[in-house]
Design a protein. Structure first.
Length: 340
């Protein structure tokens, strides 16, 4: 898939094969022929089914395992020519793996992000402390600094790990499932933070996620890994090209390209039309589809009309000449279900 833009390529993958070495001469390929790029200060979401190779790809970009074939270019330089110390100053990596050093304090963990600059002795100078302070401020974890890691919630712990990555002060931040196991408010908070870092602090951020709806909301670009190859582009470009359908072959779920949301595949047996104010019409259509009705524009059959009763919606239903009124969508769906 051709990708044309004027943003300088910060990360470029050229016919990349990723996987694991099984001997001195051979490796097991997990995913092959990856050609994709990320522009400077972009947020790129990596999407694909479980086991397809998202984590392997991210670890390869971060230099934690070597490419089996092809190249990773960072600001135009092949990563294989970059020393480990230089790589640690280019890329910070946040994984979903649990940190088991429970007795370590948050301020100590964040300070570990300065290891590419301080060495293993870890002696901090004034510049180091300033950068650590900025990382703490950007992630809003000031109140957590004196706590032990085991005292934190999952969301707090993930913000601390991002703060450590920021203290590493790299132009690239790679995150493997940064919102895994977090509740919905915590997920939004993490992605708000990542978006802020990309937009206003010039970080190129590449993250994997299973939350396609969230990724479409925050990412400048998606890398969509499928069984037939990798596709890249703005979320809206991938919607237009209908490649999201490749994620749901032989699946009970489908992706609604009109609303950019997941839904169950349903057999819609009866037809009904809905008229009224748009915001209530959309919710009503969704509820009726859930209970097995196909929404039609034909008003000659069963019709739901949404009226405004002093600011409160009322659902009027004409079923074969019988006019009924309901004050909630739940009551409406209970009734129509009884007819099927």
């Amino acid at each position: 898939m051709t990708d044309q833009h004027n943003i300088p390529e910060a990360i470029s993958l050229d016919n990349l094969f990723v996987g694991y070495p099984v001997s001195m001469k051979a490796g097991k390929t997990v995913y092959d022929s990856i050609t994709a790029c990320a522009g400077r200060s972009e947020m790129v979401g990596v999407i694909g089914r479980n086991g397809i190779g998202k984590s392997t790809l991210l670890r390869t970009i971060a230099g934690l395992q070597p490419p089996l074939k092809g190249s990773v270019f960072l600001n135009g330089t092949d990563s294989r020519s970059v020393s480990l110390k230089a790589m640690a100053r280019l890329i910070s990596f946040v994984s979903t793996e649990t940190v088991y050093a429970w007795q370590i304090k948050v301020n100590e963990l964040v300070a570990m992000g300065r290891f590419p600059y301080t060495g293993w002795l870890g002696k901090l100078n004034e510049t180091d402390r300033e950068i650590i302070g900025e990382a703490v401020a950007k992630t809003g974890i000031e109140a957590l600094l004196s706590k032990n890691l085991h005292e934190l919630s999952d969301g707090e712990r993930q913000k601390v790990m991002i703060a450590r990555a920021l203290a590493q002060d790299t132009p690239f931040v790679i995150l493997d499932e940064p919102t895994a196991f977090l509740d919905l408010p915590a997920r939004y908070e993490i992605f708000r933070l990542l978006s802020e870092l990309s937009r206003h602090h010039q970080k190129t951020i590449v993250f994997s996620t299973h939350d396609l709806s969230m990724a479409m909301d925050v990412a400048d670009k998606l890398w969509l890994m499928t069984d037939t190859g990798i596709y890249q582009g703005a979320p809206e470009d991938l919607l237009i090209s209908k490649v999201f359908r490749k994620l749901f072959l032989n699946s009970p779920a489908e992706f609604d390209e009109k609303t950019a949301t997941f839904r169950f595949k349903r057999n819609l047996e009866k037809a009904i039309s809905v008229a009224g104010e748009k915001k209530f019409r959309m919710l009503t259509r969704r509820a009726l589809e859930r209970v097995g009705f196909q929404i039609t524009d034909d008003h000659s059959g069963w019709v739901v009309k949404i009226a405004d009763n002093n600011g409160t919606p009322v659902w009027h239903v004409n079923m074969n000449g019988q006019l009924l009124a309901f004050d909630t969508i739940y009551a409406l769906t209970l009734y129509v279900k009884s007819l099927t």
